[in-house]
Design a protein around this ligand. Structure first.
Ligand SMILES: [Zn+2]
Length: 473
């Protein structure tokens, strides 16, 4: 099987259509190629390039074609899998530590079904509509007009706006830095825009309380988005990690997820977790699984007045929530001082650690974990720009120990290549072979990979799954 020259030509045309932003045509082109008889019946491979194009256009696709067609394309694109052969040769010696970093992609496969951050914004607007507040409706419309689809951008901008409205000096400086050399104005119908010069003006006096209210509302809405995470169940990837911990106690788990899926999977193995934050709940010893939740957890609460942190039993919260005895408290009363207590979940935004100082202590813990491990296994983590501190830790420790290996498990085909590029730039004589990529859904790969790391079974022969989805007629 191979990719034909005709398909290559078609792919090049599709790339031009993408550059012209003719998404309607493009989505139909992708559907056309993935539903081609030769592709469906396995006589011809799909070029990896289709995956890249689909990633860029997928969020617009439901506007142009039916949901069935979107799902059909998704399934077909998923058949483009690439796993480095050397993945199956990696072994985890008994005495060596391993660190597993779980990102949002780890909690996405069923039954966990937790949406990744890029899927949050539409849900946020849906909830905002129920409030029927004029400012939120206006903001929703503006974001749609300006193609703002990332909740991280929105929350970051709201936070910076709130911060800068409190000081007219900072606002004036922001304007100076951003616009002193002219303002970029997009000419309708062009991508480039043109730069026009505008004289410096004093910033308009902003409505401080309105911006603060907006930021607060967005954050409360974000906490509400966390509500469905309470009842989420661990998937095969969480269970594989828990299984690995039970066989290999020298395992650190670091996660940016707030859900309790990995906690529950570990608990189901009768292993208590040590979270390495606040007052130690247990003596730290090898009987406890080290679980570092960098962005907090749905069952942790933080008081803005006395800065006390409370951790509630995840199992109890889950049971009470499912019996509807409890709704998720986006605001609560601190039991220590009577102040306002919030869930300790860090919204996806830059400058995030201003919010919960106690989480900053976890940085040191994470760095130690990365340092002491010969293998860093990254699962469903996007290396996002807002989380550069984690990328830097990994890069730093990869530079310090030239025998350390980085395994990247993700459905995004270009992720490992991008990370490798960064490492090559930052580390002298970096050996690219130290990064091992597995483009595969983690719930499928991790059970096999964890067994292979422990050398429990012979590596599977590389096989290529074919889509079994019925073709739409
Ligand atoms: Zn308090």
């Amino acid at each position: 099987m191979a990719v034909t020259e005709a398909q290559h030509d078609y792919l090049r045309t599709a790339e031009q259509v993408l550059r012209a932003r003719e998404f309607d045509d493009l989505v139909r082109m992708i559907y056309h190629v993935v539903s081609d008889d030769d592709i469906v019946e396995g006589r011809e491979d799909l070029d990896e390039g289709w995956g890249d194009i689909w990633n860029k256009v997928r969020r617009y696709a439901p506007r142009y074609v039916s949901n069935d067609m979107v799902e059909y394309i998704d399934a077909a694109i998923k058949t483009i899998r690439r796993i480095d052969d050397k993945l199956w040769q990696v072994r985890l010696p008994e005495e060596e530590a391993v660190t597993i970093l779980l990102g949002a992609g780890a909690s996405k496969p069923p039954p966990s079904n937790i949406p990744v951050v890029t899927e949050f914004l539409p849900e946020l607007w849906r909830r905002a509509k129920k409030l029927d507040r004029e400012d939120l409706n206006k903001l929703d419309g503006w974001c749609k007009d300006n193609d703002i689809t990332n909740i991280e951008d929105l929350l970051t901008a709201a936070q910076i706006a709130n911060f800068s409205t409190k000081s007219s000096g900072i606002l004036a400086l922001l304007k100076y830095f951003l616009y002193s050399r002219g303002e970029l104005v997009r000419t309708p119908g062009t991508v480039e825009g043109r730069v026009i010069r505008r004289p410096m003006t004093r910033p308009e006096p902003s409505d401080v309380s309105a911006v603060a209210l907006l930021q607060d509302t967005l954050q409360v809405l974000f906490s509400l988005l966390a509500e469905p995470m309470i009842s989420a169940e661990p998937n095969a990837a969480h269970k594989a990690v828990a299984e690995l911990i039970s066989s290999h106690r020298n395992t650190n788990v670091i996660t940016t997820n707030y859900d309790g899926c990995i906690d529950q999977a570990i608990r189901e193995k009768d292993i208590p977790c040590e979270y390495l934050i606040g007052q130690p709940q247990y003596d730290t010893d090898n009987k406890r699984a080290k679980l570092i939740k960098m962005h907090g957890s749905i069952n942790w609460f933080y008081c803005e007045s006395c800065q006390e942190m409370d951790r509630y039993d995840l199992g109890y919260i889950k049971e009470a929530y499912q019996k509807e005895k409890l709704s998720y408290p986006v605001m609560g009363i601190c039991k220590h001082c009577g102040g306002l207590s919030r869930p300790m979940i860090v919204p996806p935004l830059s400058l995030k650690f201003f919010m919960f100082p106690s989480l900053a202590g976890l940085w040191d813990r994470a760095l130690i974990a990365f340092q002491e491990s010969k293998i860093i296994l990254v699962v469903g983590y996007s290396f996002s720009e807002a989380d550069t501190y984690i990328t830097k830790m990994i890069s730093h420790t990869m530079a310090a120990d030239t025998t350390k290996q980085l395994i990247i498990v993700d459905t995004d085909r270009s992720l490992a290549a991008n990370v490798t590029k960064k490492l090559v730039t930052h580390i002298d004589n970096f050996d690219e072979k130290r990064v091992i990529r597995a483009v595969e859904s983690c719930d499928v790969l991790l059970p096999k990979l964890c067994n292979s790391l422990l050398n429990k079974e012979t590596p599977p022969a590389s096989s290529k799954a074919k889509s079994t989805t019925k073709k739409e007629t």
